[in-house]
Design a binder for this molecule. Structure first.
Ligand code: MF3
Ligand code: CO
Ligand code: CO
Length: 266
């Protein structure tokens, strides 16, 4: 299947959904603290999304039961909110996708709950930087392999693993569209990016091996095969003639307070 090119009006519509998702993610960052459950985060995301007149894309997507993915510690992605209580030292990726007026916007970040260990801080910071390096490769005429190579070189150069089984994706009227955006690969390989393409970059970085395991019971929760920590950041980007725009860019940095130990890393 070919990669759809969005016109300016469509990109602007996707930007609106993306900005809603970014705002909801900021709200989670402001409220996150030890003692909360991942269901509490689900409620924050659900209520804020509905309040905006939008719909939380994950809810009932291919049977996903909640409005957001919450992936704690060794959970790589697609963590299902539950009664799990967040504790000091946990890291949690919160992945928000918002559907508004026919278009989806998708963004995530990993937060620290209280004081992170040095190892937790390291893998989180590497994931944040990996996304930044991927975004820098995006421009009309560059190839998707350039994104993957930049991310893989950096992540593996730091002794971490970059997940292969889950990838970034085109986005627009559908939550997941072509292309698959790999976070590993060879420079100069893959299709060329063209102005008007809109897709996500969302590298999942494991402290240890890149290998993952899907929970056979719930069929969603993805964990590292070796039990090591995993962190992820995600943006939705639009390719332009001379580079790209990050449609999910946050309007402001996360607000810190003494109570709020969650540190936003990007
Ligand atoms: N938001 C995830 C992504 O970045 C997809 C979650 S699918 C769900 O692609 F069903 F788990 F929500
Ligand atoms: Co996402
Ligand atoms: Co995504």
């Amino acid at each position: 299947m070919s990669i759809e090119l969005k016109n300016q009006k469509e990109v602007e519509a996707i930007r609106v959904s993306c900005q809603m998702a970014a705002e909801t993610l900021l709200l989670v960052g402001e409220q996150l603290r030890a003692g909360m459950t991942t269901d509490d985060i689900d409620k924050i995301v659900h209520d804020d999304t509905i309040r905006r007149g939008a719909y939380p894309s994950p809810l009932n997507y291919k049977g996903f039961p909640k409005s957001v993915c919450t992936s704690v510690n060794e959970v790589v992605c697609h963590g299902i909110p539950s009664g799990r209580v967040l504790k000091n030292g946990d890291i949690i990726n919160v992945d928000v996708t918002t559907f508004f007026k026919g278009f989806h916007g998708d963004t995530s970040a990993t937060f620290y709950v209280g004081q992170p260990s040095a190892a937790a801080r390291r893998v989180t910071e590497i994931a944040r930087k990996a996304l930044e390096l991927g975004v820098k490769e995006v421009r009309d005429g560059a190839r998707f392999g350039d994104i993957g190579a930049a991310i893989q070189e950096y992540v593996e150069g730091n002794g971490c693993g970059v997940v292969r089984d889950f990838v970034g994706h085109g986005i627009g009227r559908k939550f997941h569209e072509p292309p698959q955006v790999k976070h590993y690969g060879k420079r100069g390989s893959g299709e060329r990016m063209r102005a008007g393409m809109v897709f996500t970059i969302e590298p999942m970085v494991n402290e240890g091996s890149f290998e993952v395991h899907v929970d056979p019971k719930d069929k969603w929760t993805v964990t590292t095969a070796d039990g090591s920590l995993s962190a992820q950041f995600e943006h939705t980007v639009a390719v332009t003639k001379d580079g790209c725009v990050v449609l999910t860019e946050r309007a402001r940095p996360l607000k810190f307070s003494e109570n709020i130990a969650a540190v936003f890393a990007v």
